[in-house]
Design a protein around this ligand. Structure first.
Ligand code: NAD
Length: 504
């Protein structure tokens, strides 16, 4: 049964999320009853929405009448019992289990037996919140993202007792509000807060082991990976205290699985009070006039005249086509898909360092390059050279990528580089979530695209790279580090063994 605009929506908690959710529901035409335990907070929440909407009106993006009608549909309430007529109540109060349990007990007594009770919790088990209710089947998670009026994703989270019909109603409601709704089972971090962990964790790890500095990692993730923000910029925006706390909560909730182990470097930053933008300093310094670190970028280098395409395999074939278009002579040679220039073999990283690779092949002059979301669009490429090779073997490779219009970051020779190892670990976590029936492959990919703006869903990205490549990268990382952290998700391995892609 879908819900009409006539359904009154109750929102409890008028802070950052509650006020935004009330605005979303009102924008969709519902009457909204907004309550907050702190006197005046509901009116203040509505006032914040009014200010935000007025900015849209000033920029010509909304009619003043539309704003006024929307705001008129939200009524701040002084008492919780005023929410009795609501057909759906969405809770966005403090993130504490007992507070949420107590609230839902009261709401259950107040609202009709058919009312849907929804929690916007980001980290508490929906099953736990509903455990003491008389009708736990009516409770569902509706996890909005911040800012709620802007971010398109809503995770529809089912606890153990949630009725499938209630979850479907919540799903349909979120979609009717113009959101991308994704079904998830109540497990720690749900989809986004779990699958996104490697985005931060791998960057922190690369930084901790001296693979590259933060500005270079951020630039490579943005300009090569196609992510909107680099991991360190994003940690500073979210707040390192919040980001670290989410990591710790997921780590503990998964029985301290090393995959989620929090970073000591991030903890040390917190010890220094460097929380991020909000404290004026985090990984970066936001003080007036503070100097910003520049990504490591190679100086202009002569372009190699002749490049060998050794095997017509992607992405080498695309790079060779781009080289031809840039006026470089390309010769086709036999091989398994690498490029050759001035005696240097240039391979896409496979999760081994260039040094490990050179040792295995016996070809000392080996350089590896990082994954790009789209080699044609990438503004920067990271490369690393084998320790056995001569010091200047990177030069022809720098000249090659520069001729293709890219900035080049020469990084330390760490296995899996920056984008490749992050994407492989994102796909691994996504695969694990699917394997544990947290969500479907399509659901996970949508969640990551619309909840955190990833350029591609991690599983679609894995399919594009080839599952075998992703599994090989992870196996190489696991062999190098000897850590359980890089173990391949059983789901990915089973898909590969069955000759299936993630999406098929
Ligand atoms: P917030 O601190 O901005 O707002 C919480 C509001 O709830 C406050 O106005 C507070 O007065 C009120 N409140 C507290 N206890 C109450 C009670 N018992 N009854 C009624 N009102 C009460 O917090 P927020 O960032 O909006 O987060 C709210 C919820 O949304 C949390 O569960 C949080 O985990 C979740 N969430 C937050 C974000 C985010 O980025 N901020 C994103 C997704 C989900």
């Amino acid at each position: 049964m879908s819900m009409s605009q006539d359904t009154v929506i109750g929102v409890v908690g008028a802070g950052t999320m509650g006020a935004g959710i009330a605005q979303v529901a009102a924008a969709a035409g519902h009457s909204v009853l907004l309550f907050d335990a702190v006197e005046g907070a509901a009116a203040a929440g509505l006032e914040r929405s009014a200010k935000g909407l007025s900015r849209l009106v000033e920029r010509g993006k909304m009619e003043a009448e539309v704003r006024d009608a929307l705001l008129a549909r939200v009524r701040p309430c002084g008492e919780l019992r005023e929410l009795a007529p609501a057909g759906v109540v969405i809770e966005a109060i403090v993130e504490q289990l007992e507070a949420k349990r107590e609230l839902f007990k009261q709401l259950e007594a107040l609202c009709g037996p058919d009312a849907i009770l929804a929690t916007n919790t980001s980290s508490i088990s929906v099953t736990s919140i509903g455990a003491q209710l008389g009708r736990p089947q009516r409770l569902v998670g509706m996890h909005f993202f911040n800012p709620a009026p802007v971010m398109r994703l809503v995770e529809i989270v089912s606890g153990l007792e949630t009725s499938p019909a209630v979850a479907e109603q919540a799903f349909a409601l979120a979609e009717a509000w113009g959101k991308v709704a994704v079904r998830a089972r109540s497990t720690p971090g749900f989809i986004v807060n779990r699958v996104a962990r490697p985005f931060y964790a791998e960057a922190l790890r690369i930084f901790e082991e001296g693979g590259a500095d933060i500005a270079t990692i951020d630039a490579v993730m943005r300009e090569s990976g196609g992510f909107r923000m680099g991991p360190f910029e994003l940690m500073d925006l979210i707040g390192n205290d919040i980001n670290y706390a989410v990591t710790c909560s997921v780590f503990d909730a998964y029985n301290q699985d090393p995959r989620f182990r929090p970073s000591l470097a991030q903890l040390e930053l917190l010890n220094a009070g460097r929380l991020g933008r909000k404290s004026g300093r985090g990984w970066y310094d936001y003080g007036a006039g503070a100097e910003q670190p520049e990504p490591r970028t190679a100086f202009p280098t002569p372009i190699p005249e002749l490049v060998g395409l050794c095997g017509r395999v992607e992405p080498a074939a695309t790079l060779a086509a781009m080289a031809r278009a840039a006026g470089i002579q390309v010769e086709e040679l036999p091989g398994n898909g690498y490029l050759e220039m001035a005696g240097v073999e240039l391979h896409l990283s496979d999760g081994r360092s260039a040094t490990e690779r050179a040792a295995a092949s016996g070809h000392a002059k080996t350089v590896v390059y990082d994954l790009a979301g789209d080699y044609r669009k990438a503004g920067r490429i990271a490369i690393a050279a084998a320790a056995q090779g001569p010091e200047h073997e990177v030069l022809p490779v720098c000249g090659f990528f520069q001729a293709l219009g890219k900035s080049v970051s020469v990084i330390d020779d760490i296995p899996g580089m920056i984008v490749l190892r992050t994407v492989a670990m994102l796909a691994n976590e996504a695969g694990d979530a699917v394997g544990q029936r947290v969500a479907s492959p399509a659901g996970v990919d949508q969640a990551m695209r619309f909840g955190v703006n990833y350029p591609k869903g991690p599983l679609a990205w894995a399919d594009e790279l080839g599952l075998e490549t992703v599994v090989t990268v992870l196996d190489h990382l696991a062999a190098h580090y000897g850590e359980d952290r890089y173990r391949v998700s059983s789901w990915l391995r089973r898909r590969l063994a069955a000759g299936r892609a993630c999406h098929d």
